[in-house]
Design a protein around this ligand. Structure first.
Ligand code: NAD
Length: 510
């Protein structure tokens, strides 16, 4: 199959196949999830909701492939990734169009996700440098010590719907470059584009079983957390599931990194550049319809910047062009499902009941363009005068809803941010270096932007959520992930004589 053989649409579509042991095979699933074009509601694929038997087949194939893959020279493993990178670059428009269709994000946003995924492949292709161990001669008399990074074996990845390509690519390229074999369970809501990557790797000649891809939901995910041959689980998704995955997989003796949800705050100080801050916050709150784990969903306005800030944000939110992701004019697309849209609508009602001021109501405005009646659209919304007890502040809404809280000082802003359960990302907007530095040091959040609204680390740094946004000890991608996907082996060696003598090498004719 080639990349261009993207699924067609229709109601009697054949179910997607699983990729196991280098073959595209039928799932054992008895149930299916419809994958939809989020802008029209049209069904574009039927995703099997596989269970334990699919997990067992995929893990068995990965376990079988492991010894030969571990022994494949690291340079050869990296060559496959160099080739993957070339193919992804050549196909980036096609990959972005597919992402936009199954997820709903705008094409430029999807293209950014593809570029981030390519960055991950580039980082992993440098594994011959990352994988090097250490050595020390004469650690004791005539004794040398060497450490090696050894792959773990079978690693499983379970990923969310909101970055259907980038998040799996936080895991897959590095896990296999380091000599592991990999089983991926992408989100059942939008698994199509990441399957294109499996096809590319298959065409490049990745040995059978090194990568396996199976589709399903909770049952399949739980099976991957319990099967004995799985040595490590990388999970990204909502906090309740991250907690459950961390507990279950840890109880079954696996190494686990489980990334959860977020409520990312932007603190805006009175000396911030108002216009630039409004633009940055609008993009960070409503980009991808707010379905980013690093979206800014809460603003803490300090002092007298509050009123002009809310006025500026309201103007931008009300004017943002809503429409299908593939439409060139669109600045924001639909939500992933009708349920997700209805959940956001529910929060708009709750916020009003809780006493917040709904400055811009996204329920009042529909999308532009044709054929959107079945799409999952809701326009951007803005709440002001929100307090920390309200559910619209405490919960991760995961939609285009921005809430503004007011604070009198940086101290009060820090108290709000540090009192929140989540600790994924945060940003401060100010022209004061001293205030920014203090905020950076004292906030209990793992990724901090200074006049940068979405401080997502590039591939060579790790993605470092804190508090309820992360369960585990080694974070995703970058240096932490190199450690996560490898185990250290230390060799201490001594040779009794440096002179082989009569019976030594001369005897062997060397
Ligand atoms: P989700 O938690 O509903 O699902 C994530 C994945 O887990 C899916 O593949 C799903 O099928 C699987 N799953 C569901 N129940 C499971 C179980 N009991 N055991 C094992 N697997 C199970 O998340 P979602 O709605 O797909 O994604 C959105 C969420 O992901 C948001 O909360 C967002 O903040 C979060 N997210 C976090 C990050 C991060 O880096 N921290 C990145 C992206 C998304």
């Amino acid at each position: 199959m080639t990349v261009s053989e993207a699924p067609q649409s229709g109601t009697d579509l054949a179910p997607l196949k699983a990729y196991i042991g280098g073959q595209w095979v039928e799932s054992d699933a008895q149930a299916y999830e419809d994958v939809t074009d989020s802008a029209t509601g049209e069904v574009i694929a039927r995703c099997p909701l596989g269970g334990r038997s699919d997990a067992e087949r995929a893990v068995a194939a990965a376990a079988k492939a492991f010894p030969a893959w571990r022994d494949t020279p690291v340079q050869k493993r990296c060559h496959i990734l160099f080739e993957l990178r070339q193919r992804m670059v050549a196909a980036q428009d096609e990959l972005a169009a597919s992402l936009s269709r199954e997820h709903g994000k705008t094409v430029p946003d999807a293209a950014g996700e593809v570029r981030r995924a390519i960055d991950m492949v580039e980082f992993a292709a440098g594994t011959f440098a990352h994988m090097k161990g250490e050595s020390l001669l004469d650690i004791s008399s005539g004794i040398d010590c060497v450490s090696h990074r050894m792959p773990l074996g079978v690693v499983a990845g379970i990923t969310p719907f909101n970055f259907p390509m980038m998040v799996p690519m936080w895991m897959l390229p590095l896990a296999i470059a380091l000599g592991n074999t990999f089983v991926l369970k992408p989100s059942e809501k939008d698994p199509l584009t990441i399957m294109m990557i499996a096809r590319m790797l298959d065409e490049i000649g990745l040995p059978p079983g090194v990568l396996n891809m199976v589709t399903g939901g909770k049952e399949l995910g739980e099976a991957l957390c319990t099967l004995p041959d799985v040595k490590a689980v990388s999970f990204v998704g909502s906090t309740p599931v991250a907690k459950a995955v961390h507990a279950k997989a840890s109880a079954h003796g696996k190494r686990v990194q489980a990334l959860g949800g977020a409520k990312n705050h932007a603190v805006v100080l009175p000396d911030a550049d108002l216009e630039k801050t409004v633009q940055a916050l609008t993009a960070a709150a409503y980009g991808s319809a707010g379905q980013r784990c690093m979206a800014i969903s809460a603003v803490v306005a300090v002092g007298d910047i509050g009123d002009p800030l809310v006025e500026g944000l309201a103007k931008e939110a009300a004017n943002l062009r809503l429409g299908a992701g593939c439409r060139a004019e669109s600045e924001m697309g639909p939500l992933i499902t009708a349920d997700a849209r209805d959940r956001v609508r529910g929060y708009l009602g709750k916020g009003v009941d809780e006493g917040a001021t709904l400055v811009v109501d996204g329920r009042q405005r529909g999308p532009q363009g044709d054929n959107t009646a079945g799409g999952h659209f809701i326009a951007p919304s803005l709440f002001d005068r929100v307090t920390t007890e309200m559910s619209i502040y405490r919960d991760e809404i995961f939609g285009p809803v921005l809430v503004v809280l007011r604070a009198k000082s940086l101290d009060e802003a820090l108290e709000i941010v540090n009192g929140n359960a989540f600790g994924n990302g945060t940003a401060i907007f100010t022209n004061s270096g001293g205030a920014a530095r203090r905020y950076m040091r004292e906030c209990t959040v793992g990724m901090v932007g200074i006049n940068v609204p979405i401080p997502v680390p590039m591939a060579n740094f790790s993605f470092c959520g804190w508090k309820d946004s992360f369960f585990g000890s080694l974070h995703a991608h970058g240096p932490d992930a190199i450690q996560f996907y490898t185990e250290t082996k230390v060799v201490t060696e001594r040779w009794f004589s440096s002179d082989p003598g009569e019976g030594g090498i001369r005897k062997w004719g060397l």
